[in-house]
Write a protein that binds this ligand. Structure first.
Ligand code: SF4
Ligand code: MSK
Length: 671
């Protein structure tokens, strides 16, 4: 039975996306939105109640007391399914981290083409965390040692994954005491697969403890390494003007869209696209030049460093091709739909795979090799330019929105105190006083089973009104960009009075774009520094903060959610729960759901819940933030106390006669 076919206004809140979906209808082309309507999700599998680990099954447990052929109970099956998802997510992020560390090693040894160490200050700072000598040494010498140390974290067998020392001391002790300190990034991921093989670990709580260990190895290991090395090689992001949405595609230029996650190739494509030889080649082909844009987290990587526009988030990958204006979509790893090649066959678009790990039937493969990165990037661009002549009818939505991305941990530190007094003190003070009620990280994907961008932006808007400062990464950040939340003053009319004062005083948007999905590690280190600064407790679980992934879909999101919980954060996922069970049919089918909420909260102070209703997400977020405020003895949140300063108030005062203005400012009688 097919699901009810939704209207395009129900598919997405983005008018540019709606326009492309109508074009798809006219052309008779399907997209992820229409396939989601046609594909009825299996209610047993989606509730985590199906096991297909061995060929005695698949076993579907839908009745009270039922077990699999091997005797596996429902809670064991749900825990095994969940940990396998977390392992895959951790593997994806961490393998990305490994590749970045290997690239750093190659750059340090002059084995690459086109790369350099761009952020020596960050290299020295990161090296010093691990006592790598930095004085009187060249950047390459330091980078060599750091690369060796980072590469070793993946195959390490004993001890602890070294970047965890950047977590608050109390948090590290929690992990030691509960036995979840990750030994080596790869070791924990492999052990997930071993433990969930037929006939291994069958105690759901024991299985899920290892899920936590694996996820910490991702967040505080592989992902943190990926972020550090990306910053060292390509520069630590700082605010820069960018644009988002399909209108960034150019009518008279060769459009090349980079999509995926790893910045190594995309950074080189950026460099190659600005090469006079490539621009001339494009002009000779009748175009005005090469217009580069991004999708998904590759978009975030080049947007926050070079201001290269983002054509959109996850669900825009097909829609960008539907414009007919994309000469090449260059993909690397993760979140690339197999549907792209079939869709592209309706147009002239060339899909180019580049990673040795990813090939798609029907795509051209130009394998990336860091030793000749610039040469390969130029080859890719020439292929795209050669394709310009094949372009047919195009329809580019007239939709772009400006944004300011680039709020890295380092930049937030700088913006709060300047070069000489860089500090989180003003942020902590603002939370302590109640001007900022708390902080929410809204992260994660799009999912065609919910209305694209709606949950992200609705939840963000509700929390902003309640003086909650928001940080974002991944496709959620691009959703906010498309509706204008990532612009300085532009979003402030939707913001509560205390948060508005802070944004105006510091000169920041109320929603801070912190990077790609692997950069959720930046949120971890920011939370660490908030704790270190003092006044908001001595561990992350005491900070009035929540994490939300309203439109999640990927296994990486599960790993991110788990390492945030392990770090002490309350994490709310929207959409459906992979461990929901069917409480109406199987009485104890919520054992795992309860453990990852109440059980994990007891152990780590953070908990994971799946809440489909956005108003309930907001209510629970605020309830949690207020509870943390009360536990810290902070004043109760009261919006009436603020809003009497800041730019808006200054403008109001300017309108008043002098006596009244003086009275308002100094609290004296008007006459
Ligand atoms: Fe069925 Fe057990 Fe095999 Fe899973 S491991 S498929 S529950 S027999
Ligand atoms: S790309 S993992 S859809 S955030 Fe990082 Fe977006 Fe989610 Fe992929």
């Amino acid at each position: 039975m097919a699901r009810k076919k939704r209207t395009h206004e129900e598919h997405t809140i983005d008018p540019a996306a709606q326009e492309m979906l109508y074009r798809a209808d006219e052309l008779g082309i399907g997209t992820a939105f229409s396939r989601a309507d046609e594909m009825v999700p299996c209610n047993i599998g989606s509730a985590g109640m199906c096991c297909k680990i061995c060929s005695m099954g698949p076993c579907r447990l839908t009745k009270d007391g039922q077990t699999g052929v091997c005797g596996a109970t429902l809670d064991t099956i749900q825990a095994r399914n969940l940990i396998r998802g977390i392992a895959a997510g951790a593997a994806a992020h961490s393998d990305h981290g490994r590749d970045m560390a290997l690239t750093l090693k190659a750059v340090a040894n002059d084995e690459t083409e086109g790369y350099m160490i761009r952020d020596v200050a960050k290299l020295r700072m990161v090296a010093s965390y691990y006592d790598i000598p930095i004085e009187d040494r060249s950047p390459k010498e330091i980078a060599n040692d750091l690369a060796d140390l980072y590469i070793a974290q993946f195959g390490q067998q004993h001890g602890k994954v070294i970047p965890v020392i950047r977590a608050p001391e109390k948090r590290q002790k929690v992990w030691e005491d509960t036995g979840v300190m990750p030994r080596g990034v790869d070791r924990e991921i492999v052990e997930c697969l071993h433990r969930t093989h037929i006939g291994d670990d069958q105690d759901p709580e024991h299985i899920l403890q290892h899920a936590v260990r694996t996820a910490i190895g991702d967040g505080w290991g592989g992902s943190l390494i990926a972020t550090d090395v990306s910053d060292i090689l390509f520069g630590t992001p700082a605010p820069i003007l960018g644009q988002a949405n399909l209108g960034v595609l150019k009518k008279d230029m060769v459009n090349v869209v980079v999509h995926g996650h790893e910045p190594t190739l995309s950074q080189m494509v950026v460099a190659a696209s600005q090469d006079p030889e490539i621009i001339e080649y494009a002009k000779a082909a009748g175009a005005e030049g090469v217009a580069l844009s991004g999708i998904c987290c590759t978009a975030n990587e080049i947007l926050m460093r070079q201001g290269i526009p983002a054509a959109g988030n996850f669900l825009h990958q097909e829609l960008s091709i539907l414009t007919g204006a994309v000469e090449a979509m260059v993909v690397d790893v993760q979140c690339i739909m197999q549907a792209l090649t079939n869709l592209a066959s309706n147009f002239h678009t060339q899909i180019i795979t580049t990673s040795p790990k990813v090939k798609i039937k029907g795509a051209m493969h130009i394998e990336f090799d860091e030793h000749k990165a610039l040469t390969i990037a130029k080859q890719i661009l020439r292929t795209a330019i050669d394709n310009y002549k094949n372009r047919g009818e195009i329809q580019i939505p007239d939709a772009t929105e400006d944004l300011i991305p680039g709020f890295s941990h380092e930049y937030i530190n700088y913006m709060l105190g300047g070069s000489y007094r860089a500090s989180f003190r003003p942020l902590n003070d603002a939370v302590m006083s109640g001007r900022i009620r708390g902080v929410a990280a809204i992260v994660g994907c799009n999912n065609p089973r919910s209305t694209q961008d709606y949950l992200h932006t609705y939840v963000a808007e509700q929390l902003l009104k309640q003086d909650v400062l928001i940080v974002e990464t991944g496709c959620g950040a691009i959703a906010s960009a498309k509706v204008g939340h990532l612009l300085g003053e532009a979003g402030l009319d939707q913001v509560g009075p205390g948060l508005r004062e802070i944004c105006e005083t510091i000169g920041i948007p109320p929603v801070l774009h912190m990077g790609s999905c692997v950069d959720n590690s930046r949120i971890l280190t920011v939370l660490s520094q908030v704790v270190e600064e003092g006044g908001l407790g001595d561990d992350i679980d005491q900070v009035p903060a929540v994490g939300l992934a309203p439109e999640w879909m990927s296994e990486k999101a599960l790993s991110i959610g788990t390492y945030c919980v392990a770090s002490g954060v309350y994490v709310i996922f929207g959409g459906s729960s992979p461990v929901s069970g069917m409480p109406d049919r199987v009485s104890d089918s919520d054992v795992v759901a309860k453990f990852i909420s109440e059980g994990w909260e007891e152990l780590y102070g953070g908990k994971m819940e799946f809440i489909p209703d956005p108003d309930e997400m907001v209510r629970k977020s605020l309830e949690h933030i207020d509870k943390k405020r009360a536990d810290l003895g902070l004043p109760e949140y009261d919006p009436e106390r603020y809003g009497q300063s800041g730019d808006a108030r200054m403008l109001e005062l300017e309108e008043l006669p002098f006596a009244e203005r003086r009275a308002a400012v100094y609290g004296v009688a008007a006459d």
